[in-house]
Design a protein around this ligand. Structure first.
Ligand SMILES: [Ca+2]
Ligand SMILES: [Ca+2]
Length: 184
């Protein structure tokens, strides 16, 4: 049950967080003819990253910087990739969109429950990223396990000790949420 929930929310996150959706959804076998399936691209990328993680990290960093410099272009590219994926995986796309819509409705009806679920997912990712288990993330741990937070690292690290704790993450989320009406 718990695993199912995690899978479900991972899939939701892929659609909800464009950065994660950039490479398509995981665990999907595409049976389209002609065009190279995104899963093959992902597999190739995974192998490249395993062979040379440093280079991979540098490439990802460069891509993130490009996106920061031209977010509109990045957004358009992500949108195009999503649409391509949806065209190739119509059934699954429809299913995920319906689930997302359902989840959105549930969150509208019970925002507190959704907030708790988001917090629990964040705490779990944090634990997984905390490689040495000291309850805080160094910059290197964050780069590996919660890379989308790295660009906010200095903001989150309120006491400037070079480590981010879950309390600091939650405080930063709260501050950002109240500024922009959304979380990190
Ligand atoms: Ca740590
Ligand atoms: Ca800190």
């Amino acid at each position: 049950m718990k695993n199912k929930a995690i899978l479900f929310f991972s899939a939701l996150a892929m659609l909800a967080f464009p950065a994660w959706a950039a490479e398509g959804l995981p665990g999907v076998t595409v049976k389209s003819e002609g065009a190279r399936p995104p899963s093959a691209e992902r597999q190739a990328m995974r192998e490249r990253c395993r062979a040379d993680p440093e280079k991979c990290r540098a490439e990802m960093q460069a891509r993130r910087e490009q996106c920061r410099a031209d977010p509109e272009k990045c957004r358009a590219e992500r949108q195009a990739r999503r649409e391509k994926w949806c065209a190739e995986n119509a059934e699954r796309c429809k299913e995920l969109r319906a689930r997302m819509e359902q989840h959105r409705e549930q969150c509208k009806a019970n925002p507190e429950q959704c907030r708790k679920e988001r917090q629990a997912r964040m705490a779990e990712r944090f634990r997984n990223a905390d490689a040495d288990g000291d309850g805080a993330l160094s910059r290197a741990e964050a780069e590996k396990g919660m890379w989308w937070m790295v660009r906010h690292f200095d903001t989150i690290d309120a006491n400037r000790d070079g480590q981010i704790t879950m309390d600091e993450v939650m405080a930063a989320r709260k501050a950002r949420g109240s500024r922009k009406g959304r979380s990190l």
